[in-house]
Design a protein around this ligand. Structure first.
Ligand code: HAM
Length: 418
């Protein structure tokens, strides 16, 4: 019966079950990313999935979409306002402050896990999605940005996605540069105020630079003629950006400067970047990040530089679907004929699994069916167990490649499997 059509229980809109094949891909992506990050000196951290709402309001900014429209916020039974994390950076910065990690700088941290945003679901955009990300805390040098970008690019190459992704990069400059740019932008936008979308009217009052990021078509036309940040950078901001770009050139990391790139979260300064692809429709950003030197201070900590990125694992998995070899492990299969032989098979399988071997034992079906199943799983070697009239067992080692079967003692067969 098609029970799934009859069930009134579906996963919540924008969420999905990661069935084994997809979940395997997610795990593999996390493994590759984490292994690579470890080579760059990053250590793993896990922060809670929910925080006091204030952590995100202060970090991401009241006008960021992530906070204004997309958070899952609720009052818990103790009366506290709680938010499911929409991203990982704010939680890491909060942890940096509340755990007193300032004395350990420079700190290089890696994380991976689910994030929650109440966005309109579409391909590549979910309400629960997974990110892996890295944060470097306590390094002011533009070479820290370069190191982050190098790590991102290495992971993308390891996932065989270099051909499909391009790095877009921009600078927001330091506070002084941003202030003079903001003034010029407001002057430019004033005459267009009535034509701006309702969201952008609010941004105009609170954070006009976010209008550059608007997805509204009429806003986009207005923004096309806006002054560009580059012309408002002071000397030190210019030097910072040029140093980042020079580092990318040294490391042969291809990039495109995109002056319209401002990013959706308020905590950024200086470098902002996105690795984008044209292969995922509207949701083209697969990995994004930037520098956030003021964030830790905003959360009540000491002045601490920060730079990092996060990648959307769901999007990477979609992109990888065909290209990433998942290197399936071939099991040792244990096949038994007869009820007692089956118990013996379970015992032998347990022995092999205790030695860290991937082992499959088949509990149902006749021998022919079991051989077919073992073959389907890519078995190279199988142990066949036959019950004898005397109550003892006969053991055979079957090589699936050559079709050869050798009878022997259990010890000799286990040895041959090693
Ligand atoms: P973000 O650009 O908001 O940055 O998200 C990073 C990545 O998460 C995006 O490039 C995208 O691949 C993925 N992503 C975002 N929203 C969704 C969604 N609804 N469904 C599926 N994937 C999504 C941040 O989160 C910053 N914390 C990155 C960062 C770290 N900056 C500095 N350090």
């Amino acid at each position: 019966m098609l029970y799934f059509l009859m069930s009134k229980y579906q996963s919540v809109r924008g969420t999905r079950d990661l069935l084994p094949d997809v979940k395997q891909m997610f795990r593999r992506i996390d493994e590759i990313a984490y292994k690579t990050a470890k080579n760059y000196g990053f250590k793993e951290i896990e922060t809670p999935i929910f925080e006091f709402s204030e952590v995100f309001h202060r970090s991401l900014g009241e006008t960021s979409d992530a906070v204004a429209k997309e958070t899952y916020t609720f009052t818990d039974r103790g009366g506290d306002s709680i938010t499911l994390r929409p991203e990982g950076t704010a939680g890491v910065a909060r942890s940096f402050v509340s755990e007193g990690l300032a004395q350990l700088v420079p700190l290089k941290l890696y994380y991976c896990g689910p994030m929650f945003r109440y966005e309109r679901p579409q391909k590549g955009r979910y309400r629960q999605f997974s990110q892996f990300g890295v944060e470097i805390l306590g390094l002011e040098s533009p070479l820290a940005d370069v190191e982050c970008l190098d790590l991102a690019w290495t992971i993308i190459k390891k996932l065989n996605l270099a051909e499909k992704c391009i790095l877009e990069i921009n600078t927001l400059g330091d506070a002084e540069s941003r202030n003079s740019y903001r003034t010029a932008l407001v002057e430019y936008l004033k005459p267009f105020y009535e034509k701006l979308s309702s969201d952008s009217k609010i941004r105009f009052e609170k954070n006009p630079m976010r209008i550059l990021d608007s997805k509204d078509e009429s806003d986009k036309k207005i923004v096309a003629g806006a002054p560009i940040m580059e012309n408002f950078l002071n000397e030190s901001s210019k030097k910072f950006f040029n140093d980042v770009l020079a580092g990318l050139k040294q490391l042969n990391i291809p990039y495109k400067v995109n002056p319209q790139l401002v990013r959706g979260l308020d905590y950024y300064c200086h470098t902002v970047f996105e690795f984008t692809t044209t292969e995922l429709g509207a949701q083209g950003a697969v990995l994004s990040g930037g520098r956030y030197d003021g964030l830790v201070e905003m959360l009540g900590g000491p002045k601490t530089a920060g730079v990092g990125f996060a990648a959307g694992v769901d999007r990477l998995a979609d992109l990888c679907a065909a290209g990433l070899a998942l290197s399936p492990r071939a099991p040792v299969s244990v096949l038994a004929l007869g009820e007692k032989a089956l118990v013996e098979a379970v015992k032998i399988a347990s022995l092999l699994r205790n030695q860290d071997k991937y082992c499959e034992v088949f509990l149902t079906g006749n021998l022919k069916k079991k051989l077919e199943k073992a073959n389907k799983l890519g078995t190279e070697k199988a142990i066949l167990i036959f019950e004898q009239e005397s109550g003892t067992f006969e053991y055979k080692l079957k090589n699936f490649g050559s079709g050869e079967e050798i009878t022997g003692t259990l010890e000799s067969i286990l040895k041959a499997i090693d």
